[in-house]
Design a protein around this ligand. Structure first.
Ligand SMILES: NC(=O)c1ccc[n+]([C@@H]2O[C@H](COP(=O)([O-])OP(=O)(O)OC[C@H]3O[C@@H](n4cnc5c(N)ncnc54)[C@H](OP(=O)(O)O)[C@@H]3O)[C@@H](O)[C@H]2O)c1
Length: 298
């Protein structure tokens, strides 16, 4: 099958390409040069924000299935540049969805728990979004663009994505390990409740959803456990055998450009009932994160 992945240099997209390569004919789409390990896939540089590059690449490839994992994910960066966030997160979804409709290709568009305001999480798929801030609002509009413009489409929401894979970008999780290893304290938000999603688990769920189901509509594809970030940091530290200080802070104590949902988190019963790949409980996910980390060279 001809399968395309956008955001292929990213946490989720990179995992997806690694899983697909060798099993399908794969087009990995990203911004600029490829930063993935070499493998049996084709690479194309295309900008989600230019209104046409990604659409053209997908049509030229004659994609049969597309995992749309590319997005402007810097939440505070989006707040500073809402027009840019709109171009990439809404315009990018439009491009991908238009191509999928033209090709009769199946689409899974990845979204976020940030579509909710975080007043009453964890949230189920039937809860009504109320996004706050530019990232959240553009992601929510991207969901609608995908659902409206593509025909065979699912929106898969994930949350706080992390990976220990060699070359994967730095996240809160990798900072916990790196800072504690250096003997530095780690600050963590005690009042942010989240559903951390190991990229490998999230990518596997998204690909099964894409290639092995005909589910249409919105579904939650995060990790299985909702917890606060201090609890998460302590569990990571314990698994890595790291002692050191984890300092609880409140979100209101830190001046951040974009609002953060506090009581967020996603309910995942629906996807658990649908797929073989199960949303991982947090300690099982951290075990896999640890195993990924051990593959990194010192
Ligand atoms: N990361 C999280 O904590 C999180 C939480 C909830 C939902 N999500 C959603 O999950 C999906 C996957 O994100 P991720 O976690 O894999 O984040 P990520 O690592 O930041 O991946 C996003 C990818 O999109 C690419 N991209 C950004 N702007 C682009 C543009 N104009 N043209 C082409 N590519 C562009 C980035 O390229 P570069 O690598 O060159 O920057 C990056 O590789 C996204 O839909 C995101 O909104 C993520």
């Amino acid at each position: 099958m001809r399968v395309a992945v956008t955001g292929a240099n990213g946490l989720l997209g990179g995992e997806a390409v690694a899983r697909l390569a060798g099993r399908h004919q794969v087009l990995a789409l990203g911004r600029g040069p490829c930063r993935l390990a070499p493998g049996p896939y084709a690479w194309a540089a295309a900008d989600l924000g230019d209104g046409q590059g990604v659409e053209r690449a997908l049509v030229d490839f004659r994609a049969e299935a597309v995992l749309h994992a590319g997005a402007a994910t810097d939440v505070d960066g989006c707040e500073r540049d809402p027009a840019g966030a709109w171009r990439v997160n809404v315009g990018g979804c439009e491009q991908v969805a238009r191509a999928c409709r033209a090709l009769a290709a199946r689409l899974v568009a990845v979204s976020t728990d940030y579509v909710f305001d975080g007043l009453a999480g964890p949230y189920g798929e039937e809860d009504v979004p109320n996004p706050r801030g530019a990232y959240a609002r553009t992601k929510r509009c991207g969901e609608e663009a995908a659902l409206l413009l593509a025909d065979d489409v699912a929106v898969a929401r994930v949350a706080v994505v992390y990976s220990g894979r060699p070359g994967a970008k730095a996240t809160f999780s990798t900072q916990i390990v790196e800072k504690l290893t250096r003997g530095e304290p780690v600050k963590a938000f005690a009042d942010q409740f989240v559903s951390p999603t190991l990229a490998a688990n999230g990518a596997a769920m998204c690909l099964e959803l894409l290639l092995e189901t005909s589910f249409r509509g919105v579904i939650h594809a995060s990790g299985a456990t909702v917890l606060d970030r201090v609890d998460f940091a302590r569990r990571v530290a314990r698994r890595f055998g790291l002692s050191g200080e984890i300092i609880p802070v409140r979100t209101s104590e830190v001046k951040l450009p974009a609002p953060r949902p506090l009581r967020a988190g996603l309910k995942v019963e629906k996807i658990a009932a649908l797929l073989r790949e199960q949303p991982l409980p947090v300690d099982a996910a951290i075990d896999r994160f640890h195993a990924e980390w051990l593959q990194r060279r010192p």
